[in-house]
Design a protein around this ligand. Sequence first.
Ligand SMILES: O=C(O)c1ccccc1NCC(=O)[C@H](O)[C@H](O)COP(=O)(O)O
Length: 207
Amino acid sequence: MRIRAKICGITRVEDALTAARCGADAVGFVFYEKSPRNVDVERAAQIVAALPPFVTAVGLFVNEDAATVLSIRQRVGLDLLQFHGDETPEYCQSFSAPYIKALRVRPELNLIQYAADFSSARALLLDAYQEGVAGGTGKTFDWDLIPAGLSKPVILAGGLDAENVGEAIRRVRPYAVDVSGGVEQDKGIKDVAKIAAFMRGVLDAEV
Ligand SMILES: O=C(O)c1ccccc1NCC(=O)[C@H](O)[C@H](O)COP(=O)(O)O
């Protein structure tokens, strides 16, 4: 099976085009002012306009008010919404748009129940938990906490890079992988060689 890949935290046209050229299926834009990868709405719109066809533009939000999400989605031309905070299923599906729900995995989280609660999500993105940090931690988590046979496709995130993505795919067998810090030279600034190596790692690991 081909494993999909998303490169998150894009702030520059050249990084989006590198991701697409290297075979990424999606690029992610962080619309969260507290993030060092927060991207200006007009700039995100310019990047999306430069994307080749068949590359999905994902907008990431953290506990954002609904009117702002709607406005950014329309202005940027987002294909998919990613909710990375404490959003409820009712909130997430209120946009009548495809969405993925990010969950920060820790032992006490009942992922089977969350998958049922977020039945309207296209997939669950599973990320590392770090207190007080909404995401983009650059940290892996214990992949054994992911139960087999979840009712939603899994997008594996958290501390992935070219070195560990192969093992991650073989162990978790996710639908897709998501990376940000592992392909950066600085926060929000991607590295061509790291993106290329990461995408080679994804292709080589296909199961
Ligand atoms: O990137 C951020 O700064 C960020 C801030 C708040 C919520 C989510 C954020 N990023 C999410 C991602 O980029 C990825 O979906 C995921 O967390 C993987 O990040 P990384 O561990 O750096 O590969």
